[in-house]
Design a protein around this ligand. Structure first.
Ligand code: ATP
Ligand code: FE
Length: 351
């Protein structure tokens, strides 16, 4: 099957054409510059930018794929969860194309797109364990099929990417915080500051990262009170301490998630990561080592497919379509959509 995918749930406008597991085209228009002055994504600005860019984005993806709409089998679109104005823009765009061409429409859960990416890039067999770790999400999922997910834990407050971004802001480093904190950490001493590992010794796979950010704020204020400011070495030491704390928590909780997953006795054990934080070298190395120790395949899709993109939406749509799933023009956009709820309800169903 060959599907067009459309994604607009956060701050990336994306369109892609995927045939089976071949990504024929994947176009992403980021909006980072539009939101830079506001310290976060502004929903109204995001929605307008999506509405403006979607047509061109779809056109470019089709052009790069070398295919026409007539050669497609369907259109997959992110129907939630996300910023509702953006999701609506994408859903309306997909409905328009579907109405004009008669192509089947498939509403995809954005998180399912991330969760199925290891099957697009590495043909990983079900069931596999996934850690989705980004600016907005942090959860462990046992992925059993395209529509069966067991969420076995996750953050109870901030996502790690958000914590990286806030840490950078506290220390006066540029956004996005992940890469700048990682770079600064390279010349830092992780043990200089004592930072908490929240929930580390609590049973289960739940995590918490907001206390860590407060601890960084206090440690910074301590240094500033003592010396009147932060040197580059202070920044590096704080970054190294922060990154070590996040890494320790993610590794320990992954070890526990792995125990739950391995109890299912999959014939081929696989652990995959997705989300922007998966770019972090220290976190990646730690997880890779854990997988070697537990004799489990480690799958880390290329970064362009780990962060928001439409190829993952097209691919999820392909699996859904193969399983007989179809939506129609009553498809609704949902701001919230937990992965364990199967399909988007129809308009007017009250939820
Ligand atoms: P979501 O996809 O969950 O809605 P998002 O769009 O913010 O959220 P992504 O685009 O997947 O998420 O990832 C962006 C996040 O990844 C940012 O918070 C960024 O700081 C973080 N990040 C990027 N590179 C690194 C890195 N090298 N180390 C740690 N974090 C990183
Ligand atoms: Fe995402």
């Amino acid at each position: 099957l060959t599907l067009l995918g459309i994604e607009s749930s956060c701050d990336d406008t994306a369109a892609a054409v995927v045939r089976g597991t071949d990504v024929l085209a994947s176009v992403v228009y980021g909006q980072t510059a539009l939101h830079a002055d506001f310290g976060g994504v502004v929903p109204e600005i995001a929605a307008r930018a999506h509405a403006e860019k979607l047509d061109r984005c779809v056109e470019q993806a089709l052009q790069e794929s070398g295919l026409t709409l007539a050669e497609l089998d369907g259109i997959a679109v992110t129907a939630g969860p996300g910023l509702i104005g953006g999701v609506l823009s994408g859903v309306m765009c997909a409905k328009g194309i579907s109405a004009a061409t008669g192509l089947p429409l498939i509403g995809v859960n954005h998180l399912a797109g991330h969760a199925l990416t290891p099957r697009l890039t590495d043909q990983v067999a079900y069931p596999f364990l996934m850690l989705l770790v980004s600016g907005g999400h942090c959860q462990f999922l046992i992925v059993e099929s395209h529509d069966t997910y067991q969420r076995i834990g996750g953050t109870i407050d901030d996502a790690p990417g958000e914590a990286f971004d806030k840490t950078a802001r506290i220390l006066g480093l540029p956004q996005p915080g992940g890469p700048s904190v990682e770079t600064a950490a390279q010349s830092g001493k992780p043990k200089r500051f004592t930072l908490p590992r929240p929930l580390l010794n609590q049973a289960g796979c739940d995590m918490s990262f907001s206390g860590l950010k407060t601890a960084i704020l206090r440690a910074r204020d301590g240094v500033v009170a003592e010396k009147g400011g932060l040197t580059a070495q202070d920044q590096s030491d704080l970054c190294a301490g922060f990154q070590a704390a996040v890494t320790d928590v993610l590794i320990e909780k992954t070890r526990r998630a792995m125990q739950i997953y391995l109890a299912l006795n999959p014939a081929r054990r696989s652990f995959a990561i997705a989300g922007g934080v998966a770019a972090n070298g220290a976190i990646r190395d730690g997880l890779m080592q854990l997988c070697t120790e537990l004799d489990t395949d480690f799958v880390a899709p290329p970064l362009a497919l780990c962060t928001d993109n439409a190829a993952m939406i097209a691919y999820a749509g392909i699996e859904m379509m193969q399983a007989g799933h179809r939506d129609d023009l009553t498809l609704s956009a949902r701001p919230r959509w937990p992965l364990d709820q199967r399909a988007a309800p129809m308009l007017g169903s009250g939820k």
